[in-house]
Design a protein around this ligand. Structure first.
Ligand code: NAD
Ligand code: GDD
Length: 325
């Protein structure tokens, strides 16, 4: 009987945390990522850790051998600075999900989780900073984020068809901007929470008094702390909810408000330099959590202030270590 739980993308941010959570529940875990082990954000010795490029079907067959459940968190992705400039690479992640689904079917896996994104929602619903939360039904008529969003929407549908045609139980979470310790914090793929934490920490450590902010700072988002992301993903995976579900915070803030909170945590006030020609993405985005409450009887609840306090402390340590090395 298949017993193992596969976490694809285990060397990344969410995957690394998920492996840890599953091991804490005494479950047998196989973590797979294409990065060399030395580059994994977290390596948990209690798991079987494999380095494989899951864009290929043969690697997916090795990864899914004997597995009961699959969490697909592997994708070539990042924040706006990455996805706006790497659309082909983002779309190539379709190979990972497609081949994992095919291999899952062959191996007799029972459940398959796909990490989709708020980027599936159409641009025409996100043109104002002060917008209502995005409902799951808003995804159609489709006009998602160019590149990355189209891949996510297509892969959601691929999961649905594997469920309907082949009986593989599939679940899809539309994550809204996830942050926390052990996430990407520099190098170009970082998202706003980690980027702002890094810039504030760099200012504190170097005695600078200014930070650069992309856009005019009035664009809005909601940010979900990693612990809520893990809880929501595990609940969704084991629920009977077949349609894609928002897994995101509904605490909407402007980027200026995000900076205010990080400054407050760090105990500084910095001059803000707005870079208006930087990648900005949609003008406003928030999660509507009515459906997740109805389907799972639960919704993310960790406040941005609490999550950022933990994240800033971790990012500060990374910046300090980098500075002293
Ligand atoms: P991440 O970049 O930290 O982790 C993804 C991992 O996938 C990386 O370690 C990468 O090396 C690995 N990977 C990429 N291509 C691979 C391949 N061909 N074979 C094997 N491994 C490969 O990203 P994350 O923040 O942990 O996101 C996990 C998932 O959640 C992704 O599908 C992402 O699109 C989705 N998501 C994340 C967010 C967020 O805010 N973090 C928001 C929406 C959706
Ligand atoms: N990354 C980044 N870095 N963004 C900044 C910065 C900075 O230094 N300063 C301001 N911003 C602004 C961006 O211009 C954008 O308007 C907003 O902060 C949010 O940027 P990101 O966090 O990079 O991405 P996003 O919220 O638009 O999209 C992210 O979340 C999706 C899910 O909700 C991306 O990571 C997508 O890949 C993900 O699917």
């Amino acid at each position: 009987m298949n017993t193992v739980i596969l976490v694809a993308g285990a060397g990344g941010f969410i995957g690394g945390h998920l492996v840890k959570t599953l091991l804490e529940r005494s479950l047998p875990v196989r973590g797979v990522d294409m990065k060399p082990l030395t580059e994994w954000y977290q390596v948990h010795p209690g798991a079987e850790n494999l380095v494989l490029d899951l864009a290929g079907i043969d690697a997916c067959r090795i990864a899914t051998k004997g597995v009961r459940e699959i969490f697909n968190l592997a994708a070539d992705m990042g924040g706006m600075g990455f996805i706006e400039n790497n659309k082909a690479l983002c779309m190539l992640s379709v190979l990972i999900n497609t081949h994992l689904l095919m291999a899952a079917r062959e191996s007799g896996a029972q459940r398959f989780f796909f990490s989709s994104s708020a980027c599936v929602y159409p641009d025409y619903r996100q043109r104002d900073a002060d917008i209502p939360g995005l409902k799951e039904s808003d995804a159609y008529p489709a006009m998602p984020e160019d590149g990355y969003g189209w891949e996510k929407l297509f892969s959601e549908r691929m999961c649905r068809h594997f469920r309907e045609d082949f009986g593989l139980v599939t679940r899809a979470a539309r994550y809204h901007n996830v942050y926390g310790p052990h996430g990407t914090w520099d190098g170009g793929r970082e998202k706003a929470p980690a980027a702002i934490c890094r810039k504030v920490a760099q200012a504190v450590l170097s005695g600078r008094h200014e930070i650069e902010i992309w856009g005019d700072g009035e664009q809005t988002r909601s940010f979900m702390y990693i612990d809520d992301c893990l809880e929501g993903s595990l609940r969704l995976m084991h629920s009977d909810c077949e349609e894609p579900l928002n897994v995101g915070s509904d605490e909407m803030v402007s980027i200026n408000q995000l900076v205010d909170i990080v400054e407050d945590i760090a105990g500084v006030k910095l001059r803000r330099a707005y870079k208006l020609d930087a990648p900005k993405g949609v003008r406003g985005r928030n999660s509507d959590n009515d459906l997740i409450k109805a389907r799972l009887g639960w919704a993310p609840s960790i406040t941005l202030r609490d999550g950022l306090a933990k994240t800033y402390a971790w990012v500060y340590e990374q910046v300090a270590a980098q500075k002293s090395s």
